[in-house]
Design a protein. Sequence first.
Length: 381
Amino acid sequence: MRPDPEAVFAYAAGQVEQAAHGLWPRAKVALGPVVPSVTSYVQQVDVDGRPLFAKLSVLGVSLVSLLRGACGEWPEVLQKQAVYVTSPGALLERERDQLRTLRGVAGLRVPDAAGYERGVLFTEPAHGPTLADLIGKEPDRTADLLGLVVDEVAQGLGQRGVAARVERTEIRERSITATFLRKFNGLSGGTYLRQTDHAVTLTTVVTRLRLAQRVAAPPTRAVVFGDLKPEHAVFPDGDGRPVFLDPGLMRGRPAGDPAKLVSRLVLNLITQPPAARDVRAVLGGVAAFGAAMTARSDRAGRDVWLRQLTVMWLMDTTNILSTYLSAPPGLPLAPHAAAAVSRARQVCDMLDRSTAALTSYRDARSVWRLCLDNAAKAALS
Ligand SMILES: Nc1ncnc2c1ncn2[C@@H]1O[C@H](COP(=O)(O)OP(=O)(O)O)[C@@H](O)[C@H]1O
Ligand SMILES: [Mg+2]
């Protein structure tokens, strides 16, 4: 028996409420709307008139995996969770520590962590348009906005003391490659894909990506943000310095952060396409961003980076699309996730053409350009 979504949500809301009372014993606590997520349980909460976001992770796995029964039946999950939240190094405790590192030695803007109690992390809300909103409004500024976000992150993560702190609080759960290999390992990976309506295409895509990721490049040990989606950069002052949400700092391949940005931006473009002119403007901006990121490298360096970027982009899109496709009916999906499910055919076509290019052409820059062309075709079809 898989855990019942209603039971999981009721438990999570109860945990949020208890944690708030634990942290602020005399406060009046009012639970607000739940933010749909396939990963964590996220809910707005009002504590004595102070608005906060509460976040709870069950066993550090995604809600989709949990509801699909990956951690066993519900009574068993509850037992494991009781141990998990009290042992040091639970996922959201590491996230709290990472927010401190980012705000402290890295000097980046992040939400203030208001408190952490028994697996629940409370953060102050960040208000303002996201990177996705800004690009949606001004597609011609795509390259500049992507550059701004990536530069800001690189500047912060390059500060002295960041790497040593990350070493102690890594969140490897968000790694594109580790997620890909975990999801699509051998037999269970096949079963997983067979439950989607696009099993044949996705199986081919996964096989090609497994090959490509082995030759992409040896893993390097840069510190990366880890979950740098266009929804995780919020601009409270228009387009000044962004506030970064949902860190997953870890050592990883340097192209990982740009790859996640490109992956999610292109996915949104295919699944919720704007006017044709704007599709071209955004993809032109992504191409210019890739060129700017490699402008100072020699040819070999540029090719290694572009290849990593392309492989990780396509792996991340495969990861998230299959997560959305296998979400159980009781799990509410955010509008962009629901859109990805209804436009899955177009996304699969893009993945199919692009992974075919990846395995047939040697030249990294040609492959990158072909992939962007495939994205345009998918968005405009
Ligand atoms: N402190 C915050 N300020 C503003 N929005 C937030 C905050 N925390 C969470 N959110 C909103 O909730 C969404 C999900 O929270 P997030 O921390 O990204 O959890 P998940 O691990 O499920 O991705 C975010 O993308 C954002 O829209
Ligand atoms: Mg998130």
